[in-house]
Design a protein around this ligand. Sequence first.
Ligand SMILES: Nc1ncnc2c1ncn2[C@@H]1O[C@H](COP(=O)(O)OP(=O)(O)OP(=O)(O)O)[C@@H](O)[C@H]1O
Length: 285
Amino acid sequence: MSIHAAEAAKDDASYAAQEEAHGIEPRRVGDVVMEMKNITLRFGGVTAIKDISFDVREHEIRAIIGPNGAGKSSMLNVINGFYHPQEGEIWFRGEKRGPMRPHEIAHQGIARTFQNIALFKGMSTLDNIMTGRMTLMKSNFWQHTFWKGGAEREEVEHRRRVEEIIDFLEIQAIRKTPVGRLPYGLQKRVELGRALAAEPKLLLLDEPMAGMNVEEKEDMCRFILDVNDEFGTTICLIEHDMGVVMDIADRVVVLDYGRKIGDGTPDEVRSNQDVIDAYLGVSHD
Ligand SMILES: Nc1ncnc2c1ncn2[C@@H]1O[C@H](COP(=O)(O)OP(=O)(O)OP(=O)(O)O)[C@@H](O)[C@H]1O
């Protein structure tokens, strides 16, 4: 058995043990779907990410945490192709990824939400979520003109999937409302809907609870867990709210000053002295 396979088997055993201890059904966490290997990202003289490696396994909820400026957003931006690291390799679904632009990465099945909501404020909830289907649309302007029947059938199917998402996220009442008029928490939910509309294999969530009140956070947690559970979507999220992260993540990677200082289950990370120091602001020599 290779070292990698042995470590994976060990992880499997620890997942199973934790679940058994809590009397819950085993989760379907599977093989490695994404692997970041020795990633280094610099902006001029600033090293935002320094030689970081971690993996994401199928069906898991993987969190990236760390104090301000730790490199979390930079890492998410590397995963979805906004930033290109100077060093390191990214492997997705068994293949090494070359330099790609965000839309190509979206076509590979990676969707994301943003820290500052990025919706079309004047458009309705339904139309915003529909934009998430763009990467899946086969017909273009010419096909709409000359292949009317097929294009219409495709459109009906897209609308059906969007309506399913609207039901799933319990936002039927606001389906026609321009999103700019919605409270913050609901806008975040619509953004999640738009990302889900792309039927991602890997869903990246950039601070999904930021700026939310307690009730909105509880709702968002429930939807993230349901997406993971019911759709089997693999999720990688950045979040400042430690309580939320520890509650919903299967594994957590901790960054500080662009370096990885912890990686493991919430319990392992919670008891890691480097992580405790980083969050208490212990100075670095
Ligand atoms: N586009 C950029 N140009 C120059 N420096 C950048 C850029 N983006 C990030 N940085 C720097 O890289 C480092 C990591 O920033 P990053 O935003 O990734 O951290 P973060 O953990 O997401 O922080 P926060 O929690 O405050 O959002 C910081 O020193 C930041 O100033």
